[in-house]
Design a protein around this ligand. Sequence first.
Ligand code: NDP
Length: 295
Amino acid sequence: MSTTSTTTTPVSILGLGLMGTALASALIKAGHPTTVWNRTAAKTGPLAALGATPADTAGGAIEASPLVIVCLTTNDNVRTLLAPETAALAGRTLVNLTNGTPSQARELASWAEAHGIAYIDGGIMAVPQMIATPGAYILYSGTDENAFETHRPTLQALADTKWVGKDPGAAALYDLSLLTGMYGMVMGVVQAYALIGTGGVPAREFAPLLREWVNAMTDGLVPGMAEALDSGQHLTDVSSLEINQAALPNFLAAYAEAGVSDELFKPLQGLLDRSITAGHSADGLSRLATLLKQS
Ligand code: NDP
C-alpha cells in the first residue's frame, strides 16, 4: 500500500462525537478525501453534506484510506471496535486520539505491532471549537516515527503537531500532565467563584481580578517551579511551606463560615503538614511535587 502523504491523502475517521466531527470537518475543509464511520450512523449526515463519504461499517471505513484516525469515548471502546479489524488495518497507519493512560497506549501499540499496523497515539490539546485554529495542538508518540512523519502534513490540518517520542505512552503522559495542571487551575477558579459569591459579589464583576491574578501567578510559578525541581534547590525567598501551612486553616475556616464546602482544598492540609514534619518548612511549594511521588 502506498503511504505517500500529499495534501490530498485519503483519511478515515472512526467516531463522530463532538471531537471526531470537528476532526473530520477540518480534513474535509483541507481537501482530503474523508471517509467517516460512527456507531450511530445518523451523525455521518452533516459531514456527508460537507463532502465526506459515509461508510456502513468500521471495516469499510478502514479499507478506504492509508491513514485511519479513531476518536471514541475510551480505549476500551477502541479495543472492542478494532479487535475484529486487524486484517483491514494491516499495512495502514492508525492514529488513536482517544483519551487514555500511558499503559493503555503501550498495550494498543503492542497489539498493533503484532498485526502489522503502524500505531501512533495522540493527545488532543484543544476543545472541538479550537480544531484547525491557531493555538490548538495535538501530542503524538509511537515506535514508528517514520509513519508519523509520513502523515504529519495531513495531521497538521487538524492542529499543530507535537511529536513527544518513541514511547507510545508518552503522548498520554504529556496529555494527562497538562490536563492535570488545567484541572487544578479550574478547581481553584470554581472555589474562588463559590467563595466570592457568598459575599454577594457578581461573578462578572470578580472575573477580571481573578483572571489577572491567576495569569500573573501561573506566569511566574510554572517556570520558577521547573527551575527548583530540575536543580533540586527548593529553598525559597517567595513563599515558604511554613507560611502556607499557617495560612491554609484561614481558608478552610473562611469556607466554613461562608457555608462553602472545603472538599477541594482540605486535602492540601495533610500534604502541607507532611512537608513540615519532613523538615521542609523553609522550602517553596515546588517541594510538594517531590512529596507527591510515591516511588
Ligand atoms: P462524545 O461523547 O461527543 O463522542 C463519543 C464518541 O465515541 C461517539 O462517536 C460515540 O458513538 C463513540 N463511542 C462511544 N462508545 C462506543 C463504542 N462502544 N463503540 C463505538 N463507538 C463508541 O466525545 P468527544 O468526541 O468529545 O470525545 C472523544 C474523545 O476525544 C474522548 O476520549 C475525549 O476525552 C477526547 N477529547 C475530547 C475533547 C473535547 O473537548 N470534547 C478534548 C480533548 C480530547 P455514538 O455517537 O454512537 O454514541
